[in-house]
Design a protein around this ligand. Structure first.
Ligand SMILES: O=P(O)(O)OC[C@H]1O[C@H](OP(=O)(O)OP(=O)(O)O)[C@H](O)[C@@H]1O
Ligand SMILES: Nc1ncnc2[nH]cnc12
Length: 223
C-alpha cells in the first residue's frame, strides 16, 4: 500500500529512529534506568510518547468511511517494539494488582503480534482466538460484528482449563465486538476473565460498553 496521504495521528514530538532495544523492563525507550519511586509512571509516559509517534492512519481503508489506524510501524522500529512490550507489562502490573493471569488470550491477527511475547515476559501461557476454520480439533465458536464486518471466532476446547485466570489482549478496540466474542469463548471454556488490555481505542464507538464489568485497560487512552 502506498503511504501517500497517511498521517501520524498523534505526533507532536517528532520522530526518532535509534535502534536501541530494551534488555529489561526497568529501562525506558532510550535505555535509561528509572531513578525514583515515581519513575515507573514517568517511564510509562515516555514509552507512550514513543508508541504514539510510531502510529499512522489511512483514510478509507479497508472500506470508505473508515479511518484505519496502522500499528505496523511499531514493529518495524525495534525501539518502539521494545517500548510496547515493556509498557504493556508495566500496565498489567499496575492495573491488575494481585490478579496475575494464568493465560494471555490474543485475538487473530494483530493480537498475535505482541500477545505471545507478552506471555513469555510474564512467564504465562498464550492461547489464540482465531477466525473460524483455522484451528484443528474440537473448538468453541462465537459470532461477532466489528467496525467493518461480521465474522466467527473460535478457540480450541483445551486452550483454557476451567478456573484459569485470563487476560484478553488485542491491538485496537473499536466497536468492542471482537473482544466481546473473545470473552464469550473464554466463558464457554469456563475461564475467569480478569480483564482486557488494548493498545488503543477508536474514539466514538463506545467499545467498552460491550464488555460488561470486566476491567478494560487501554494503554494509549490518556497519552
Ligand atoms: O472492536 P471491533 O469493532 O471488533 O474491532 C477491533 C478488531 O478489528 C481489528 O481486527 P480485524 O478483524 O480487522 O482483523 P485483523 O487483526 O486480522 O486485521 C482489530 O485488530 C481488532 O481485533
Ligand atoms: N479504525 C480501525 N483501524 C484499525 N483497526 C481497526 N479495527 C477496527 N477498526 C479499526
Amino acid at each position: 500500500m502506498s503511504a501517500q496521504g497517511h498521517q501520524n495521528p498523534a505526533s507532536s514530538t517528532g520522530g526518532s529512529d535509534s535502534n536501541n532495544t530494551l534488555t529489561t523492563s526497568q529501562q525506558d525507550a532510550s535505555g535509561r534506568q528509572p531513578s525514583s519511586a515515581s519513575a515507573p509512571s514517568a517511564q510509562l509516559t515516555s514509552w507512550k510518547v514513543e508508541l504514539r509517534r510510531n502510529l499512522r492512519s489511512f483514510p478509507d481503508f479497508p472500506i470508505p468511511g473508515i479511518d484505519f489506524v496502522d500499528i505496523m510501524p511499531l514493529f518495524a522500529n525495534p525501539t518502539a517494539h521494545a517500548a510496547l512490550v515493556s509498557a504493556l507489562e508495566l500496565q498489567i502490573s499496575e492495573s491488575f494488582k494481585g490478579g496475575r493471569p494464568d493465560v494471555i488470550v490474543g485475538l487473530d491477527a494483530r493480537g498475535f503480534l505482541f500477545g505471545p511475547g507478552l506471555a513469555l515476559k510474564l512467564g504465562v501461557s498464550f492461547a489464540a482466538v482465531r477466525k473460524k476454520g483455522k484451528l484443528p480439533g474440537p473448538c468453541v465458536t462465537a459470532e461477532y460484528v466489528k467496525e467493518y464486518g461480521k465474522d466467527l471466532f473460535q478457540m480450541q476446547e483445551d486452550a483454557i482449563k476451567p478456573g484459569q485466570k485470563v487476560l484478553i489482549v488485542d491491538d485496537i478496540i473499536a466497536t468492542g465486538g471482537s473482544a466481546k466474542a473473545a470473552h464469550d469463548l473464554v466463558k464457554q471454556l469456563k475461564g475467569e476473565v480478569l480483564g482486557f488490555l488494548f493498545i488503543l481505542q477508536i474514539p466514538g464507538l463506545n467499545g467498552r460498553d460491550k464488555l460488561g464489568d470486566a476491567p478494560v485497560e487501554i494503554l494509549l487512552e490518556d497519552a
